[in-house]
Design a protein around this ligand. Sequence first.
Ligand code: FES
Length: 160
Amino acid sequence: MDPRPATFPAQLIALGAADAAFESVLDVADLPAGAMRRISRGELDILLAHTAEGVVATDDRCPHMSAPLSIGELDGCVVACPLHEGQFDLSTGETVQMPTTGGLDADGAYHPTWSPGGRDAKVDPPGKKAEARRLTRVRRLRYYPVRILDGRIEVAIPRT
Ligand code: FES
């Protein structure tokens, strides 16, 4: 049986995706449960993920510092970024775990740096680098509508 597209919060649709034409991008057989793939069109890199809630398409850019989420780890609906330990819920667009470098969350609240495994938070050297970490906002994911037709995954991809 074909997987189903996952639902996502309507307000988190990617710019231009609401009016975009659906494009066939991948056989469903090439995205088994728990798998992630990058699909590129021009300068746009899209993450396709087969989550516990279905197939979802978002930007393949971490909402922290743009690392490719497609080479991270997917557990249920939560993707772990390959950099800075950030974790994001693909079913809601929300941050599950802030990056180790801290910063501002999507609502503008500050979270300090931290270290995994209960170790003390890193002390930032003063200067621009620490300021950049403090002021980096971890945004919510943005989504591209998905549909499944005749064993193919289709994604509404805006023209870039
Ligand atoms: S780039 Fe993903 S957590 Fe920093």
